[in-house]
Design a protein around this ligand. Structure first.
Ligand code: KG4
Ligand code: ZN
Length: 340
């Protein structure tokens, strides 16, 4: 089965071609240069850039895969969650191709794409606990099977990636903030400054594994206001912030894995590209006897291959959407507290 998948939920225009579930091409047109000037994603500019890039990105994905549009068997696109103006561009392009060619169409949840993105590199058996950590999301799921996910916890305020991006801005670093912090922190001392680690109590008597990243963001801002962020101090601030953020992510993720008795922990989403997080997760997993699986960096950040993989698995089960499927800013993946 030759499948075209499209992803445009935020600021990357992406298209991929999968043949019988194997990735033949994966193209990402980044808008970093456009939003970098503003220090964050400007939704109107994102939509316009998607409009400009969507057709060439699809054409390149098809050309790289050596597949013509006439040979496609199905089309899929992210329907949500994300910026509606961005989602609509990829979704409408996919639906238009499906309509014109009379092909099956499937809308895919972006979070499910991240959750299953590890399967693009190698087979990973269910069940697993998945830490989804990106610019828009910081959540823990128990993945029992395809389509069977339980939300174990989520951030109560900012996403971890948002904190990385805000701290990068405070330090006068470039865009994409998380990547810049990752690079700068290699030259700093992670123990130089002790930033606070938020530890949340379960709410309503329920076992939940929630996160909070607003406190550390404020702590870094106060530190910079008080002590400045001279070039000599910036690497230590970056490394100390990164160490605290990783502590919070891993403590909660491993606690959830232990509580669920899950044999493996998957970490996915843009922040899982972080080199220190990857190294520390592997080391902690080895100590705890929990297998840690993280996608290769190109599948950590937004891409269409992960959308194609979900579509491939769901289409194989006979699932289809009709063309009334609309873009959704909010699209939950699992009922909250289904697994307690
Ligand atoms: O998954 P993603 O590409 O888009 C969303 O769905 O949000 O994640 C983007 C986020 C940004 O906050 C970015 O700063 C962060 O992932 N990120 C990183 C790294 N690379 C990207 N954070 C820390 N270290 C990195 N190496
Ligand atoms: Zn994402």
């Amino acid at each position: 089965m030759k499948l075209l998948a499209i992803e445009s939920s935020c600021d990357d225009t992406a298209a991929a071609v999968l043949v019988d579930g194997a990735v033949r091409s994966s193209v990402v047109a980044s808008q970093d240069a456009i939003h970098g000037e503003f220090g964050g994603v400007v939704p109107e500019l994102a939509s316009r850039s998607h409009m400009r890039d969507i057709a060439p990105t699809i054409e390149r994905a098809l050309a790289d895969a050596g597949v013509t549009i006439g040979e496609l068997d199905a089309v899929a696109a992210t329907y949500g969650p994300g910026l509606v103006g961005s989602l609509l561009v990829g979704l409408c392009a996919a639906k238009a191709i499906a309509y014109a060619r009379g092909l099956p169409f499937l809308g895919v949840n972006h979070l499910e794409g991240h959750l299953l993105s590890v399967l693009l590199d190698r087979p990973v058996a269910f069940p697993y606990v998945a830490l989804l950590v990106s610019g828009g999301h910081t959540s823990l799921y128990l993945a029992r099977a395809l389509g069977d996910y339980a939300l174990l916890g989520a951030t109560r305020d900012d996403a971890a990636g948002e904190a990385f991006d805000k701290v990068a801005k405070l330090l006068g670093l470039g865009y994409l903030g998380g990547r810049e912090i990752d690079a700068l922190a290699r030259h700093g001392d992670g123990a130089a400054i002790r930033f606070p680690r938020a530890r949340l109590k379960p709410r309503d008597g329920r076992r939940r594994f929630d996160f909070s990243f607003s406190g550390i963001k404020t702590a870094v801002a106060l530190h910079v206001r008080e002590h400045g962020a001279a070039a000599t101090a910036r690497a230590d601030i970056a490394a100390s912030f990164q160490e605290a953020a990783i502590d919070m992510l891993l403590d909660t993720a491993f606690a959830a894995s232990a509580a669920c008795g899950a044999p493996r922990l998957v970490i996915a989403g843009g922040v899982s590209a972080n080199s220190r997080l990857r190294a520390r997760a592997a080391a902690t997993g080895a100590d705890a006897g929990i297998e840690v699986v993280i996608p290769s960096p190109r599948y950590c950040t937004d891409n269409a291959a992960m959308i194609g993989l979900v579509a491939h698995l769901r289409l194989a089960r006979g699932e289809r959407d009709d063309l009334s499927r609309n873009a959704a800013a909010i699209a939950d993946l699992a009922p909250r507290d289904a697994a307690r």
